[in-house]
Design a protein around this ligand. Structure first.
Ligand code: TYM
Length: 332
């Protein structure tokens, strides 16, 4: 069966609606047709400072949210990145075939380092996309289901796969980004021209899977719209309303145009009430299931250990192939 792989950083207290609609929903769907691997990139999380105890807790919590959101541990290999040392090992080899200029062009690094100043940014943050390429290429997947903001990183993984294959012989599958049309980019509720983001959005701009439903409803009701009153899909002139329509369309699987027709003559308040209802109905069961799973951390850790063992089976094979191809002397 063809394979897919993806991951989400355990860097916040909760996944947000962008993570859910842009990625997790699509991951769940791929479980029917692919061999699926989903992991928690804790090594990516430490590219910016993390509190150790908090990171441990968030790693478990992220795993619990994957499961609560529909990842089936009998179908998918679920694991933590740092449990599979081959990720770091392959990343080193890939670092050595990545151009400095090539890495410098990654826009996420530019955005993130611009905030704290280049001096504050770590080398880990700089080389982060190379580690991500290693995450992907180790498992030779055909597809990487992600939101639109990860497109450039998957593109780098493709370039590195081709370069390695060309230099050392056929080794890696050249993966494709699987980006859904709907939900690929969910915007900040208060600043609807910026993407919803754990690190950049203020609390009122975010919808977290783990928030109290009342908080979620309130945030949607106070989402920024515009001075006009017409419910129309117009990214340029009506970004706030457009974001709400897209969220609703993704959740209800109703085409935007039919939603726009439904709301003709209605007010923003109607749309917000419906979005709020649809969002809460979808995320509330995920939140309560996550909390249940977190009641038994031992069981979660056991599932993650099982996943890591399966993942290593695949990763070790690829790494051995890579090490042999680049000319490392095999240990006796
Ligand atoms: P991360 O943790 O920032 O985001 C996880 C997933 O959520 C998607 N996403 C969004 N989709 C729609 N609208 C938004 N506002 C939004 N915000 C986030 C992201 O596109 C992503 O799919 N570098 C990755 C993690 C990673 C990874 C990998 C992914 C590490 N190694 C290997 C795939 C394969 C990241 O930071 O995603």
């Amino acid at each position: 069966r063809p394979r897919v792989l993806s991951g989400m950083q355990p860097s916040g207290n909760s996944l947000h609606l962008g993570n859910y609609l842009g990625a997790l929903v699509n991951w769940v769907k791929t479980q029917h047709d692919y061999q699926t691997l989903f992991f928690i990139p804790d090594m990516h999380a430490i590219t910016v400072a993390q509190d150790p105890a908090q990171l441990r807790e968030r790693t478990r919590k992220t795993a619990a949210q994957y499961i609560a959101g529909g990842i089936d541990v009998d179908k998918s290999i679920l694991f933590v990145q740092s449990h599979v040392p081959e990720h770091a090992q392959l990343a080193w080899v890939l670092n050595c075939i990545t151009g400095f200029g090539e890495a410098s062009r990654m826009t996420q690094f530019k955005d993130k380092s611009a905030k704290g100043g280049a001096e504050a940014a770590s080398v880990g943050l700089f080389t982060y996309p190379v580690l991500m390429a290693a995450d992907i290429l180790l498992y030779r997947p055909q597809g990487v289901p992600v939101g639109d903001d990860q497109r450039q990183h998957v593109e780098l993984a493709r370039d590195l796969a081709k370069r390695f294959n060309h230099r050392f012989g056929e080794t890696f599958t050249v993966p494709e980004a699987f980006i859904q049309k709907e939900g690929a980019r969910i915007y900040d509720l208060q600043n609807p021209t910026a993407k919803m983001s754990k690190s950049a959005s203020g609390p009122n701009g975010l919808i977290n899977l783990m928030d109290d439903p009342k908080v979620t409803a309130k945030r949607i009701k106070s989402a920024v719209t515009d001075a006009d009153t017409v419910i129309a899909h117009d990214r340029e002139n009506k970004p706030g309303v457009t974001n709400l329509l897209e969220i609703l369309s993704t959740l209800t699987e109703k085409p935007i145009q039919s939603l726009v027709a439904d709301y003709e003559g209605k007010m923003y308040g109607h749309l917000k009430a419906d979005v709020s209802e649809a969002v809460v109905a979808r995320i509330e069961p995920i939140r309560s299931r996550t909390l249940e799973l977190l009641d038994d951390p031992g069981e979660l850790d056991r599932l993650l250990a099982q996943g890591a063992a399966k993942a290593r089976g695949i990763a070790a094979e690829t790494l051995a192939d890579v090490y042999a191809k680049v000319g490392f002397l095999p240990p006796m």
